[in-house]
Design a protein around this ligand. Structure first.
Ligand SMILES: Nc1ncnc2c1ncn2[C@@H]1O[C@H](COP(=O)(O)OP(=O)(O)OP(=O)(O)O)[C@@H](O)[C@H]1O
Ligand SMILES: [Mg+2]
Length: 237
């Protein structure tokens, strides 16, 4: 389980998060929603060790991982897919995957590749294709495969369905579900499409201006007329 406790963080002197706490359980999808600029990406970056942490701590299975360098945090079993492109477009799919998996023991490489690709069978035929020739959705699948190669305990996805067709978006969200439900990972999902994310989510957090204004079940937030209308662009279901 991943637990971020009382996080105050930002960029240098620019403070963004003010005392945010979240818990993400194994086997569950934890959804983080909120308006643009509310600090969702900053929270994920902070957990990954990529911001300035002023106060608070991040625990993975009870062990403190905050203040480790990002590459050490990655080794603890935490995978992070940033909001912006996380693939090398000049390289092929196979090369990207290989780079992401450089710490994987060679005897485990093939089995892991097989099980990671099982999530996205379509990629198998693109292994020798340069990523720049793939669609946005296919690139997102490559990025997820790269994360899965490291067999993470926790996977953080920052708007994985942005710019995807509804069909591909559904596929990516299905995969996120299956990582939690079938593989038992703790999935932390930041989504701009709040409704779809909350529909598949277990727990939900709403951030506004760097503060947590709601914590509860995803269903509860979906059904919360006032918050859903004010912050999520949702009409009450
Ligand atoms: N690298 C950075 N340096 C300085 N300020 C930043 C940096 N990245 C983000 N910010 C600022 O931090 C605030 C929170 O941004 P963040 O990206 O966390 O929001 P977000 O909730 O993910 O928004 P969106 O829904 O648009 O992705 C914003 O005011 C943004 O301008
Ligand atoms: Mg963001």
């Amino acid at each position: 389980m991943l637990s971020a406790q009382n996080i105050f963080a930002g960029y240098g002197k620019l403070r963004i998060l003010n005392g945010v706490s979240i818990n993400a359980e194994n086997g569950e999808i934890t959804v983080i929603v909120g308006p643009n600029g509310s600090g969702k990406s900053t929270l994920l970056k902070t957990i990954a060790g990529l911001t300035t942490l002023y106060e608070g701590s991040v625990l993975l299975d009870g062990k403190e991982i905050s203040r480790l360098p990002p590459h050490e945090i990655a080794k603890t079993g935490l995978a992070y897919l940033p909001q912006t492109d996380s693939v090398f477009t000049q390289l092929t799919v196979a090369e990207n995957i290989k780079m992401a998996a450089y710490t994987v023991p060679s005897n485990e490489y093939e089995p892991r590749l097989k099980s990671s690709l099982a999530m996205f069978p379509v990629l198998s035929s693109y292994m020798k294709t340069k990523v720049q020739n793939l669609s946005g959705g296919e690139r997102q699948m490559v990025a997820m495969t790269m994360a899965l190669m490291r067999n993470p305990k926790v996977i953080m996805l920052d708007e994985p369905t942005a710019n995807l067709s509804p069909k591909l978006a559904t596929e990516v969200l299905k995969t996120a579900s299956s990582l939690a439900k079938d593989k038992g990972m703790a999935v932390i999902l930041v989504e701009q499409n709040a409704r779809r994310a909350l529909e598949i989510g277990d727990k939900a957090y709403l951030l506004v201006s760097g503060k947590k204004v709601f914590e509860g079940s995803a269903q509860e937030l979906l059904a919360h007329e006032e918050l859903a209308r004010m912050y999520l662009g949702l009409k009450a279901a």
